[in-house]
Design a protein around this ligand. Structure first.
Ligand code: GLA
Length: 428
């Protein structure tokens, strides 16, 4: 685990607003959470290391210590302004589960992005660099024929930076994703690996699938044993009304066209065959609130046969979603079914760039994490939460400002929501 810096959570320190304006605050780059001016003055310092035995959502411990030593002395007639001095989300939740983040490749070349990642997260998902279109090598596959007919060539150069960053900093990596209808090149499915070639048979494609899964898993296990904590074996195989009567994704899905409706099951068979024990095998999907029953039904055989360890809930949410409603129902359903659960792509978009929406967003994050902690306290196996991006301007949903840091990398209210800041209401 990274960081032995203690997470100092000091709320309600009596400090003049003007002290902050002068740049005298302990963390004067941080956006301060709003509280009503009449808020009672309380002093809280905490290293929140809540124990999983408690049934309640952990809150930072209250002490009578008036303030941390490195906080500027309070001014006498000040309006109370809360300060939060936090060193990282991962540290806050370290007794519960690791916290990860999806990182775009260019961020590994920018110090301030790397520092933010190291301060807050202990797991990385390369945003694109371990997807099939990044790992499959078209030129070598074509030029290697006929030797490559059953075994397309792979190349790992595109994920080198992510891997190096993880290894150097003792972070774990999520392998996202092996079998997916999207970001998988059409040429992978044709006789001559051309974009216009004839599609291969199911038998040939199953061999290609097996070799691809084998080569990718073996590469990481051989070169970086222990690095990959979870593998998204299959992403987004089920979708309402997308063709197949069982919600198995049919349209615009080469895997379905060439292999058939059991393609996701086959992927799990091969993944289990080649994955070492420490790589947990996951099915990953979006919109789980609306289809968790279908997911559970369609994965039942793979689960029964021990081919799958967990479900990844992508969790691209909005402030209009009720995280305590169907989202929580979906989580609970997967957990009760005996799956390990990971939140794999969390972001919560706002409806507008307004204070009202950012407060709502912060409450959603607070409630969502509170619910996860409650489930953990009840003994359920939630083993990781990953945010889908570092900061709003780098997000795939940048117009929805869905993350914890703004474009200057200052923490937003949502950040304090994740940290269970008592000044943020615990209601949606
Ligand atoms: C899905 C995928 C992710 C990413 C997002 C959009 O959620 O699983 O890898 O592509 O879409 O960026």
């Amino acid at each position: 685990m990274i960081k032995n810096r203690s997470l100092l959570f000091s709320l309600g320190c009596l400090i003049l607003s003007s002290a902050f304006l002068c740049g005298c605050g302990e963390n004067n780059t941080a956006k301060k959470p709003e509280v009503k001016e009449e808020a009672p003055i309380v002093y809280i310092t905490a290293t929140p290391t809540p124990k999983p035995t408690s049934t309640s959502t952990p809150t930072p411990r209250s002490t009578n210590t008036p303030k941390p030593t490195n906080t500027p002395a309070p001014a006498v007639t000040a309006t109370p302004v809360p300060t939060l001095s936090v060193k990282g989300i991962a540290e806050y939740y370290q007794d519960y589960f690791p916290i990860g983040v999806a990182v775009p490749d260019y961020a590994f070349s920018v110090d301030r992005y790397k520092n933010l990642v190291l301060d807050n997260y202990t797991q990385i998902t390369p945003e694109n660099e371990t997807k099939p279109d990044a790992l499959l090598d078209p030129n070598k596959s074509r030029s290697g024929l006929p030797d490559t007919y059953y075994r397309a060539a792979v190349s790992f150069s595109r994920c080198n930076k992510a891997v190096k960053f993880c290894v150097e900093n003792n972070l774990q990596m999520r392998l996202h994703t092996l079998v997916w209808h999207s970001q998988t090149p059409h040429w992978f499915f044709t006789e001559d690996y051309s974009t216009t070639g004839k599609l291969v048979s199911r038998e040939v494609m199953l061999k290609r699938m097996e070799n691809y899964i084998k080569d990718v898993l073996e590469y990481f296990d051989t070169n970086y044993p222990g690095l990959i904590y979870a593998v998204d074996v299959c992403n987004e195989a089920f979708d309402r009304g997308d063709g197949d009567e069982n919600w198995i994704r049919k349209n615009k899905n080469d895997w379905y066209t060439v292999v058939g409706p059991d393609y996701y099951y086959q992927a799990f068979l091969f993944a289990r065959k080649y994955a070492p024990d420490y790589m947990k095998l996951f099915y990953n999907d979006y919109g789980c609130s609306g289809k968790y029953n279908k997911i559970i039904k369609n994965l039942a055989q793979a689960k029964e046969e021990g081919l799958i360890d967990g479900i990844g809930m992508q969790s691209h949410l909005s402030t209009s979603d009720t995280v305590g409603g169907s989202y929580l129902l979906a989580m609970t359903a997967f957990l009760k079914e005996g799956y390990e659960l990971q939140v794999t792509e969390l972001d919560i978009g706002v409806a507008s760039d307004t204070d009202y929406e950012y407060s709502r967003q912060a409450r959603k994050y607070k409630v969502l994490f509170g619910n996860i902690l409650d489930l953990k306290n009840k003994g359920y196996n939630i083993s990781s939460v990953t945010f889908w991006g570092i900061a709003d301007h780098l997000s795939w949903r940048s117009d929805k400002y869905p993350l914890l840091f703004d474009r200057s990398l200052n923490p937003k209210k949502s950040y304090y929501g994740v940290l269970q800041d008592p000044s943020i209401l615990n209601i949606e």
